[in-house]
Structures are given as C-alpha cells and as structure tokens.
Design a protein around this ligand. Structure first.
Ligand code: SAM
Length: 250
C-alpha cells in the first residue's frame, strides 16, 4: 500500500481535498496512507516564522531551508522507524520536470512519496539540493503555492492504486494512459438539443463500439495533440477500419 506525505503550510487545504469524493472514500477505506505535515510546526523560533527576505534583494519572501529540512527529517525518520524503504522526495516547483501520466504511473509503483509544497517566491535552493530526488512542475504557469500541484500529483497517483477506482478499466482506457486521448463520452438522453448520440453507441454491437472508440481516440489525438500522435506506435496510429455509415437518429 502506497504512503504519501505532503509537507505544506496549508494542511487544511490538502486535507479538505483528500477527504472528498473518490479519493476521500478510498482514504477512509485504508486503500492508501496519506499524511499532511505543517511545516510551521518544525520551526524553532517563537514566531513560527518560515520565510525570510531573499539574499541579493528582490521582491517577496523565500521559504527558509531549516523548517522544511526538519519536517522532512521527521517524515524520513517515520519510514526508518517502521523499517520501510526511503520514500521518493519530490519538490513542487515551476522549474521542475513537466508532470505527465507516465510519471504518475512511475510514482504509483513506489511504496512511499513525499511531496513538498513551496510558497511565497519559492524555497531556499539549498534544501532542494539536499533532499530532492526530483522536482516536479505541473505546467508552464505559476501557482501561488505548491498545494494544488501536490494535490494533482497525489490524486493522479492514488487513483492508480488497487481498490481506489472500482476497477482498473476505470483508468486503463483514459486519456494519456496509452499515449492517446480518450474517445468522446455520451450519456442520456439519446438526443439533447437536437444533438444525437452517435448511433454505433446505441447498436449494442460491442466490437463495433470498440472500433469506433479506438478510431475516435486516434483521430482526436491526431487533431488535438500532434505531439502525442507522432509518438504513437504505427499499429495504434494507423487509421482504424471504417465502420458502415448509419444515419444519425434525430
Ligand atoms: N518565484 C517562483 C518562480 O518564478 O519560479 C514561483 C514561486 S510560486 C509563487 C510559489 C510555489 O508554488 C513554488 O515554490 C511551488 O512550490 C509552487 N508552484 C507554483 N507553480 C507551480 C507549478 N507550475 N508546478 C509546481 N509547483 C508550482
């Protein structure tokens, strides 16, 4: 069972998100372990100050190395005490490696993961150098803090854990899992504001439905994400066999 630790100045924000919906239910059912740690609790000054001015001047404040180091030492000690392997320590930063589903799959196979959230203008580089196994960015934009980034990583990793979704099919056909975008989805009613559900989906013909969905996945990927399309193996990228045309039900 995977264990995830989030080191943050905003534990409430992380707890709220991790207690909701599918992840919250799985957490209550002990499908994984998740702990949040208040970095401020690891300060040794009376004001519980965690930030200071940047050396060299400039705008804003920087998170100091020491409270984060103490927090990480505490988490790593917990693993050690239980005889568990050292977890992967990941700092959330816009300067990190762009996060994707391949990385989610890789992290999901680990027994332990520590996600460190920065704030203000960022984190003193020395604690990153000392502790980070990797630095992760969730995209080319800047957030106020690392919490939304850590929560995105945690969510994407946790939904791949056994028993979190009702079946592995829940994620196996999804966008990015095999390098493709997912086919479009439809639900009731059959016709909504003059827009009909593609007839093949109402046919009950499982093989045709599979073929249609596979084709849609490939054509969407080609149209919307040529970068992904070009990386597909030829047997997946080649256009699927055409289905007989049927009139749309209006
Ligand atoms: N001054 C930093 C820079 O220009 O790269 C941005 C600091 S940002 C306001 C504060 C914190 O939010 C960062 O330390 C990081 O933890 C988190 N953060 C912001 N954008 C992020 C992103 N795209 N991916 C991961 N973490 C991010």
């Amino acid at each position: 069972m995977i264990r995830i630790d989030i080191a943050t100045l905003f534990t409430g924000m992380c707890e709220t998100v991790m207690d909701e919906s599918i992840i919250g239910r799985a957490r209550r059912e002990h499908k994984f372990e998740l702990y949040t740690h208040q970095i401020r609790d690891f300060t040794i000054n009376r004001q519980k100050q965690v930030d200071d001015y940047p050396y060299g001047g400039g705008h804003g404040m920087v998170m100091q190395a020491d409270p984060i180091a103490r927090c990480l030492d505490f988490i790593l000690w917990q693993y050690e005490k239980k005889g568990q392997a050292r977890p992967r320590v990941c700092f959330m930063t816009p300067a990190g490696r762009p996060y994707d589903q391949a990385k989610a799959k890789e992290l999901a196979r680990l027994p332990g993961l520590v996600l460190v959230c920065g704030h203000y203008e960022g984190i003193d580089e020395r604690v990153i150098e000392a502790y980070a196994d990797e630095e992760i960015s969730i995209g080319d934009y800047v957030l106020t803090g690392g919490e939304l980034a850590a929560l995105s990583v945690a969510d994407s990793v946790l939904r791949l854990q056994p028993g979190v979704l009702s079946s592995p099919e829940g994620y196996q056909g999804e966008s990015f899992y095999d390098g493709l975008l997912e086919y479009p989805q439809y639900s009731r009613p059959e016709v909504w504001r003059d827009r009909a559900v593609p007839p093949v989906l109402l046919s009950g013909h499982a093989a045709n439905i599979r073929a249609w969905r596979a084709g849609q996945g490939v054509s969407r990927t080609r149209a919307r994400r040529p970068d992904l399309y070009l990386a597909l193996p030829p047997e997946v990228a080649s256009p699927p066999a055409k289905l007989p045309k049927k009139k749309r039900k209006r």
